[in-house]
Design a protein around this ligand. Sequence first.
Ligand code: COA
Length: 343
Amino acid sequence: MWAPQLHKGLSPLQLCRIMRPDDANIMGNVHGGIILKMIEEAGCIVSTRHCNTQDGDRCLALLVRVEKTEFLSPVFIGEVVHITAEITYTSKHSLEVQVIVMAENILTGGKRLASKAALWYVPCSLQNVSNIMEVPSIQYVSAEQEEEGRKRYEAQKIERMETKARVEEVMPPLPNSEDATKEPHTVGFSQSSLIHLVGPLDCILHDYVHGGVTMKLMDEVAGIVAARHCNTNIVTASVDAINFHRKIKKGCVVTVTGRLTFVSNRSMELEVLVDAASLVEKEMKKYRAVSAFFTFISLDKDNMPLPVPPLKIKGEEEQRRFEEGNARYLQAKAKRLADNRQQ
Ligand code: COA
């Protein structure tokens, strides 16, 4: 299990709070989006604090990437979530923050690992958000630790170049045919959208929305799609790497759309796309701000995975996305098996 690595002169940030009924679904399972928002808040505090230890403009660290995040065990109402966040690598303009999430049952004292995450932040000047500031470097305990960090930095740089094109992909409209949207277990049947006006509550030190807020909305839409497909209690199992290429300003309207891409025997993969448009700045065109793949599982009343109804595929586009989803599913499964064997 990853544990805080104790970089010289840096202490990990601790954040904890009890889970309330409005953090969970009707079955008492805490939403993955709530955990993602807490993870992001911890990352934002630790990286903004670090970047302001130097002279010059004050800055806010903006979330630009979250590595694939697994939700290892469900968290319930009344449990206490403990987040530990630590800066583990700095490049010239970005920082990596690693986070561990523990869930504590305060009645029994039992603690378990709920999730682990790695996030990347970029400091932007509060005077002018287009100015990306330099990041004060951290001191590593050993040369190996620094080298490992550099490898993670290089690997994500390559991966995000490869996925940039997909972010630009245009969302097809909902199927026109009445029949297609009414036929259960088709992509069109469960596809769902949520519209949100970015207001002051979504932004803290400047006029741009926090990544945690966006991830929470994305998880909410993904959950609606998954529940519409299988009509059961559903939970987030994992979120693939997310890149935040564009900022979303206060006053923008965001449309978050989710659709099923792939279904295995007991899991569902959903693609969630976030489009933003300004209500007042007419010259600003609607743009794709973020996209990500979420995996959900359906649970019975004892929190055991249930079979998922097969997805009825219509047309070549849906078939292509299904096959790509299948490839991601097989790859993730092989990686989990390899990781388990190593432990
Ligand atoms: N993941 C990790 N690092 C990233 C990244 C990503 N998705 N995008 C940029 N970076 C890093 C780069 O590696 C670079 O650091 P380096 O010089 O040390 O290697 C640094 O950011 C600047 O990269 P650059 O290419 O000059 O800038 P950019 O054109 O990618 O713009 C932002 C960077 C932050 C201005 C832009 O990506 C942005 O505005 N993103 C949205 C951030 C946000 O609003 N988050 C919340 C969304 S809801």
